[in-house]
Each structure stands twice: as structure tokens, then as C-alpha cells.
Ligand binder design. Sequence first.
Ligand SMILES: *[C@@H]1O[C@H](CO)[C@@H](O)[C@H](O)[C@H]1NC(C)=O
Ligand SMILES: *[C@@H]1O[C@H](CO)[C@@H](O)[C@H](O)[C@H]1NC(C)=O
Length: 249
Amino acid sequence: LLLLKLQIHFLMREDQIDYAYFGYGVIRCLFTSKDDVVYLAQVYLNKMLLGQYNSTLGKYVGYTKKTKEIADNLNKNKGFLEHEKKNKEKCRTNIPLVLDILSRPVKPIVRLRLVESADSKHPGLFMCSAYNFYPKQIKLTWLKDGKEATSNVTSTDELPNGNWLYQIHSYIEISSKPGEKISCMVEHASLTEPKVYDWVPITEAGKNKIAVGAAGLLLALVFPIIGVIFYKRKATFLFTNRTPLSYLC
Ligand SMILES: *[C@@H]1O[C@H](CO)[C@@H](O)[C@H](O)[C@H]1NC(C)=O
Ligand SMILES: *[C@@H]1O[C@H](CO)[C@@H](O)[C@H](O)[C@H]1NC(C)=O
């Protein structure tokens, strides 16, 4: 169900050998149910699992000739086995904490974008994305002037981010007349009621701002280029007998 990972990385370098080993140990508490855990202590080398202690088995297991020998010795050592049993109990004491985290929903961050503007041949393509939410269950609904729109909708699955949080993307191909409102409605355990996000078209004022911004960017790009041209011309002028004019021609 859930994993608490603690990694201890170590780099080993064998003399005369031209490559480095990347070894690491991982201690995992797998929360398998509301009242049980599996405790694992694993040793990897270059991503390969060499050996591990598995609390269900209650012993060490080796997967290579060398680690099999080590495992055999560790399994004869009552102290080590007792120590690992205690570690499993430590994992178990974290169950309430984990259940508490799992019971707390995390609100999604929602973005509504126009991916492709409508033209004479195609309707517009809108994308509604919800990021960083928990738990996984979520519902995105498209609305056109407040009414549900279900045609030409495609959606990804809830994609795990790898940090217990999820993201999802929904697309709609829809033609809209000016003044028609396109919205994305989100329903999730973290929200007390459905939340509606309206598509706000870029206004003329917004377009002007973008134009000014783009012009500024262009100037910022052009000035250094002019500078480089002048520098080159000057350099050419200094180091050859050519005049700047002949350089340009
Ligand atoms: C731990 O051991 C149990 C019992 O053999 C097994 O079912 C489980 O898959 C093992 N877990 C891992 C991660 O190897
Ligand atoms: C769905 O897409 C098709 C093809 O682009 C289009 O003809 C149709 O009108 C669309 N449906 C809606 C409800 O926009």
C-alpha cells in the first residue's frame, strides 16, 4: 500500500577497475493493511537486488553467491534477527501516522488552457489539468455555458506523480461562439463542493500587453545582435584593410 523509504547511498570504487559501483541500502516499511506492515532491509548494487531481510520470512535472503553466504551467517546471528524484529515493530508504530496522512485529502491545482484555437476547419481544443491531488478519485466535467458537454472529450487516467499525489488531463474539442463560456468543473474529496474554472479568453488589452512584451523581448534580442555585428565590423576594420563599408558589401 505505502512505502517509507530510507536510502543510504554509497559509492564503491575498485582500484584498477574502470567503473564505479553504485550501491545502496533501502529500508522499506510496506503498509499492507490497517494493522500490518512488511519490513524490508535491502541491499542493491547497480540497481540489482543482492539481498534482503523480509520480516514475513523473518530472515535474510541472498541472491548472489557472496550475499547468500552473508545471509547464512546473519541468519545464525540471533542479535541481528532480534534487531530486525524490533525494526519491524518500529514500522508498525508508524501505522497511525500513515493512516492520518492517508485520510487527509490534498486539493488539486487546476489549469484551463486553450491548446489550439478554432479555425475554419477545426473546433478549438481545450485542456483542463488537475495537478498534485490526493486521493486518486477525481471527476473533471466540461461545461458550455453551464451545461455539461460530453462529446469529443478525451481524458488521461489519474497519473501517479511518484509522491502519492496524482495528476490528470482532460481535453475537449469544441466550437464556441464569442460570448459562450467554456468551463471545467472539478469534483474531489478535498473540495466541499464542485469547483468551476472558467476559460478566460485573452482580451485585446491582454493581447496588447503580450505584444509589448514580445516587442521588448525582440529589442533585447536585437540589441546584442547589433552589438555583435558592430563588434565584428570593428574587428574586421581593425585587423584588415577593409573598410566597414566593403565588409558589408
Ligand atoms: C516477503 O516475503 C513474503 C513471504 O514469502 C512474500 O510473499 C513477499 O512477496 C516478500 N516481499 C518482498 C518484497 O520480497
Ligand atoms: C465533435 O467533433 C466532430 C468532428 O470534429 C464535430 O463534427 C462535432 O460537431 C463535435 N461535437 C460537438 C458537440 O462539438
